[in-house]
Design a protein around this ligand. Structure first.
Ligand code: SAH
Length: 194
């Protein structure tokens, strides 16, 4: 493993994430929305998340601007990073597949929205967010830079903690007792822990 290969793995995974999401994004544009929390707040949070998971690490990978924050590359860390990379891609794929037409980049309730509680959603309520945290972990293992590595955790962490309460309130308003019971039997992102 070399630093160039670790960077190439990061780029390949970002492309794979995009390929997985693209069809759902296209479909979401045509969806009939019943309730939406889209607004300035959501746009700011999405921009922060995109910066941490995409823009900052891309600046590191493609330019020398962040060189001041480099630390020595440890091949073993990058090898270990392949595990959360692949696991997060698989989880990202599963969650998109299972949410199907109910997926949205911001908080929305679709026309005739149903609560998904099966498959991956049987184990945690927010497996797509678990996938993002796993990917943030992979990023920090793959990129030996104190800014570009942890920026995914910071960026997505901000989106997550400012969104999660609102998302669960929206689900409670929409699905009532069904979501309350679902909350009681599941964790948010890590089975049995959180
Ligand atoms: N938080 C979920 C979904 C992220 S996509 C996850 O991490 O897997 C965001 C949209 O999914 C929200 O607008 C919400 O309407 C919808 N959503 C969240 N949980 C859902 C569920 N269990 N069933 C159906 N839709 C859900």
């Amino acid at each position: 493993m070399t630093i160039l290969i670790a960077k190439a793995i990061w780029v390949a995974c970002v492309i794979a994430w995009y390929v997985i999401r693209f069809p759902y994004q296209r479909r979401a544009k045509k969806a009939v929305v019943a309730k939406s929390s889209r607004g300035v707040r959501e746009s700011i949070l999405l921009t922060i998340s995109l910066s941490g998971l995409g823009i900052v690490p891309a600046i590191y990978v493609f330019t020398g601007v962040l060189r001041f924050a480099d630390y020595p590359f440890v091949p073993a860390l990058a090898w270990v990073g392949i595990i959360p990379s692949l696991f997060s891609l698989w989880l990202f794929y599963r969650t998109h597949h299972e949410l199907g037409r109910y997926w949205s980049v911001s908080l929305e309730v679709r026309d005739q929205h149903r609560l998904v509680t099966s498959g991956i959603y049987r184990h945690v309520r927010h497996p797509m967010y678990s996938a993002f945290f796993l990917w943030a972990l992979a990023q920090s293992l793959l990129l030996p830079n104190w800014v570009a590595g942890p920026s995914g955790f910071v960026g997505f962490g901000i989106l997550f903690f400012f969104r999660i309460g609102r998302e669960e309130r929206l689900m409670l308003e929409t699905f009532g007792e069904e979501y309350r019971a679902y909350m009681e039997r599941t964790a948010r992102i890590l089975p049995g822990i959180y």
